[in-house]
Design a protein around this ligand. Structure first.
Ligand SMILES: [Zn+2]
Length: 303
């Protein structure tokens, strides 16, 4: 399934040690590695003297201190947040309190669609429901500092409020969790939506930036090509799901076992929600049928 895309798992950055990743952009790794976060969340510092921080990261005192140490003697004027997962936004209040910076993001956390009857908000524990930006950026809106300007690029799919940021005048885009070099992105309803995610990939494919700085792992180069690979990867997965349905399999657990060969057992549940995300998209397109709303325990068939 992954022969259509080459992931890069080489990423050597010590937590808390700032490093210049491209001229004018530094990164600081949080020590929150895991199956969903790879080596940990990467926070970025843009500019020199008067700077922006992209994704302050988890509410971890050591990471907050490392970020503030990295900008000692400088002024943080802007904080940009790609989305409201607990590994990206909860350090924002502490960094704002320490620096007086203005917080920019697409908006507060919200699900991609209303919850179905009896459906639990699955990702509740991963969501930062307290987050509120000072300034809600619209798609295409630019926030400028001294020596830098970032354009908000609305990229829903991983979350409804996911926003990438293009560093104007450069080839760089902060891609958050929407495009990462080490892994595919979790797209799990009701917080995520496959239809939105695919449209957001198409949107990035039409942009010019070729160096992506993601929320986890190292920089992605030749980004347009990489994004095309991600799109192909999802289309191949969709084809596999349709193939299994054609063989008479009807439930998500069975399809996950057939489609995700060699999956890290810790990711089985996430894979189930990823298949559900495909089912939602396929049902919306009239390709797949189910009784009622698509559900993780639902029965599916080709329409
Ligand atoms: Zn996330």
């Amino acid at each position: 399934m992954t022969d259509d895309i080459r992931f890069d798992k080489s990423f050597d950055l010590a937590p808390g040690q700032p490093e210049e990743v491209v001229p004018g952009v530094r990164r600081v790794l949080a020590d929150n590695g895991g199956p969903f976060t790879f080596k940990g969340t990467v926070s970025y510092i843009v500019g020199r003297g008067k700077v922006a921080i992209v994704d302050p990261g988890p509410d971890d005192p050591a990471h907050i201190k490392a970020l503030l140490d990295a900008v000692r003697g400088e002024t943080v004027t802007h904080i940009f947040v790609t989305h409201t997962h607990r590994d990206h936004s909860p350090a924002t209040p502490a960094i704002k309190a320490a620096t007086g910076a203005t917080v920019y993001a697409e908006g507060p956390h919200r699900a991609a669609r209303p919850l179905h009857a009896g459906e639990a908000p699955r990702m509740e524990a991963s969501n930062d429901l307290d987050f509120r930006p000072d300034v809600a950026l619209a798609d295409g809106e630019v926030a400028s500092g001294e020596g830098f300007a970032l354009e908000g690029v609305a990229t829903p799919g991983h979350t409804a409020n996911h926003m990438a940021f293009a560093l104007k005048g450069t080839d760089i885009l902060f891609s958050g969790d929407h495009v990462m070099g080490w892994s595919t992105t979790i797209v799990a309803p009701p917080d995520g939506a496959m239809t939105d995610y695919m449209a957001s990939l198409d949107k990035l494919a039409r942009r010019s930036e070729q160096v992506y700085l993601p929320g986890h792992g190292g920089a992605v180069h030749e980004a347009t090509r990489f994004v095309a690979g991600l799109t192909l990867h999802r289309k191949a997965r969709e084809a596999s799901i349709l193939h299994r349905l054609g063989k008479g399999e009807t439930d998500i657990a069975t399809i996950v076992r057939a489609v995700y060969i060699g999956l890290d057992p810790r990711l089985t549940k996430a894979a189930g929600f990823s298949v559900l995300a495909h089912m939602e998209d396929l049902v919306a397109r009239g390709v797949v049928a189910t009784d009622g709303a698509p559900a993780i325990s639902g029965v599916f068939r080709l329409a």
